[in-house]
Each structure stands twice: as structure tokens, then as C-alpha cells.
Design a protein around this ligand. Structure first.
Ligand SMILES: O=P(O)(O)OC[C@H]1O[C@H](OP(=O)(O)OP(=O)(O)O)[C@H](O)[C@@H]1O
Ligand SMILES: Nc1ncnc2[nH]cnc12
Length: 175
């Protein structure tokens, strides 16, 4: 199964980027094109019953499979980026994550009012990052259609924080 393959190939790096964090390193996945294809297909398969107009991926690891997922679903892709990277007019949202804090931005014309936006990232930890992304989606008058991750660190209970936006949460490998 794809979840077993992901768990086998991921590298745990203790104390990165801070003492006490066990970092889930997905770079070994990227060296395996067959598994990358399988993951993109499995992400799309999980979403078969979800109405989705756009996939939004979060910089940077959310870009890796976000575009592949959008192509599988045949819908547009929107990059949600860290502050200062997007060239046109943006809106911003600051947040805390498992090991720090940051600001996310999206172009102000990224979504149309009422569009159903699937938020994709590689990993759900505390949920701070995707909550900020959800706030950006809502600020532009669009709706969060659901969330898609390769990995859910379920012991950190990020899911609880997402319920205010959508209870549709999909992941391929849970810890
Ligand atoms: O659920 P949270 O506690 O918010 O943490 C999850 C976020 O942390 C990581 O990103 P990071 O900010 O390290 O950036 P990167 O993708 O550029 O490595 C990961 O890719 C998620 O976006
Ligand atoms: N433990 C972790 N491993 C990889 N990325 C993360 N983002 C937040 N927590 C993480």
C-alpha cells in the first residue's frame, strides 16, 4: 500500500530544525518517480467525492505534489507563498507552526468568490500553517473544500483546528 511505502521511505531526522522535533524528511520519496506517480494518483483517489475548483499548495513542500494533484484532478493550481515572494498585489496571514512562526501570502486575484479550494501540503503538524492558508482563502470570498496531506502527525491533533473551516481531511500516512 502507498501508506506503507511512504512510511518505509521517509527519513526521521531528530532535533531538526530545533531540539525535540523529529523531522519527517520526504526527500527520499522524490528520488523515486514511480512512487511519486503513485502518490499523486492516491491523493486524487481520496478526493473522488469532494467538489474541488482549485488546488492551493503551500510553499515549499506543498508545491511538490500540489501541482501534480491539481493535474490529476484537472483543475487550476494556486501557490500560497511565504511573505515577500509573490510579485503582484497580495493579502497576508501570519501563523505559528511546530517549530517557529511565519507569514503566508496569496495574490489578491488568486481565487474567485465562491470557488471551492482544496488546500494541499506535505504534512500536517499543529495545523498552524493550513489554518493561515484557510484564512486567506476565506478572506478572498472562496471556500475551503477540504485538506489533503501526504503525512498527518495525528498525535499533534492539528485536525481539531481545521474543523472550523472543513471537516474533510485526507492523508496518506498517519503517525
Ligand atoms: O502544521 P504545522 O505545525 O503548521 O506545520 C506544518 C508545516 O511545516 C512545514 O513547512 P515549513 O514551514 O517548515 O516550510 P517548508 O515547506 O518550506 O519546508 C510543512 O511543510 C508544513 O507546511
Ligand atoms: N516534524 C515535522 N517534520 C517535517 N515537517 C514538519 N513541519 C512541522 N513539523 C514537521
Amino acid at each position: 500500500m502507498v501508506s506503507d511505502k511512504i512510511k518505509q521511505i521517509i527519513r526521521d531526522v531528530p532535533d531538526f530544525p530545533k531540539p525535540g522535533i523529529i523531522f519527517k524528511d520526504i526527500t527520499p520519496i522524490l528520488k523515486n518517480p514511480e512512487l511519486c506517480n503513485e502518490i499523486a494518483e492516491a491523493l486524487a483517489e481520496q478526493l473522488i467525492d469532494v467538489e474541488i475548483d482549485v488546488v492551493a499548495g503551500i510553499e515549499s513542500r506543498g508545491f511538490l505534489f500540489g501541482l501534480a494533484l491539481a493535474q490529476q484532478l484537472n483543475v487550476p493550481f494556486v501557490p500560497i507563498r511565504k511573505a515577500g515572494k509573490l510579485p503582484y498585489k497580495t493579502i497576508q496571514q501570519s501563523y505559528d507552526l511546530e517549530y517557529g512562526s511565519a507569514t503566508l501570502e496569496v495574490h489578491e486575484d488568486a481565487f474567485d468568490v465562491g470557488q471551492k479550494v482544496l488546500i494541499h501540503d506535505d504534512l500536517l503538524a499543529t495545523g498552524g500553517t493550513v489554518v493561515a492558508a484557510s484564512a486567506l482563502v476565506q478572506k478572498l470570498g472562496a471556500e475551503v473544500a477540504g485538506y489533503s496531506f501526504l503525512i498527518n502527525l495525528a498525535f499533534l491533533n492539528g485536525k481539531q483546528r481545521l474543523k472550523a473551516y472543513s471537516d474533510k481531511l485526507f492523508s496518506l500516512a498517519d503517525y
